[in-house]
Design a protein around this ligand. Structure first.
Ligand SMILES: NC(=O)c1ccc[n+]([C@@H]2O[C@H](COP(=O)([O-])OP(=O)(O)OC[C@H]3O[C@@H](n4cnc5c(N)ncnc54)[C@H](OP(=O)(O)O)[C@@H]3O)[C@@H](O)[C@H]2O)c1
Length: 184
């Protein structure tokens, strides 16, 4: 496991995109008891396809909920504490958002994959939101932040009916800032 300053620094000059990826119920719920509050296999397949090859940035609670690094992607976990010894070697641990760009490997965009505590801190600086709207009100204990949607514009939407392994239908949406100042 590599921690903050020990990790190799990226020398990539190109702009690295920060993309917020979340599945959000109609009532804003995103989680319950440190798990996802639904079974949506179609969306998990889309998540895998769209994040493959990139970097997944997540809070410590989300990492513990997933339990392992996801194959084919770099995993960066934020925590204020030293990483427990049982965390796998291949994850990168950072203690501050300012360290993130230093550890992300060249050529990878940063997919901010939750949870709520992390979304709260980064949504304003993201280049895009990839939001799966779960078309139901769902019981839960963590919510998507209170985004000022007037500063964002919907550039893509795509509805998916509930398949045999999906609890709910969904609408996948891509949002971009109305103008750069929306992210300041
Ligand atoms: N629906 C979705 O798309 C989605 C996606 C992801 C997660 N979720 C759900 O969301 C829930 C988890 O979200 P959560 O808000 O409870 O937790 P979280 O954001 O996953 O993790 C919070 C933890 O991350 C660390 N952290 C956050 N910001 C930090 C910073 N600036 N510097 C250092 N450390 C930082 C802290 O860890 P330490 O306490 O170790 O310091 C903090 O306690 C679960 O239910 C999960 O299933 C849903």
């Amino acid at each position: 496991m590599r921690e903050g300053a020990d990790a190799p620094r990226s020398t990539a000059a190109r702009h690295r995109r920060w993309i917020l990826v979340a599945a959000v119920a109609q009532n804003g719920v995103i989680g319950r008891n440190n798990e996802l509050p639904w079974r949506l296999s179609s969306d998990l397949r889309r998540f895998k396809r769209m994040t493959m090859g990139h970097c997944l940035l997540m809070g410590r609670r989300t990492f513990e909920s997933i339990g392992k690094p996801l194959p084919g992607r770099q995993t960066v976990v934020l925590t204020h504490h030293p990483p427990p010894g049982h965390w796998p070697e291949e994850i990168d641990v950072v203690h501050d958002l300012r360290q993130v760009e230093q550890v992300v490997e060249d050529g990878r965009d940063i997919m901010v994959v939750g949870g709520a505590r992390l979304y709260d801190q980064v949504w304003r600086r993201c280049d895009e939101f990839w939001i799966t709207r779960v078309l139901a009100d769902v019981e839960g204990d963590v919510h998507f932040p209170d985004v000022n949607w007037a500063d964002w514009r919907l550039v893509h939407r795509e509805t998916t009916d509930a398949g045999p392994q999906d609890q709910w239908p969904t609408e996948f949406q891509i949002w971009q800032p109305q103008q750069k100042s929306a992210r300041q």
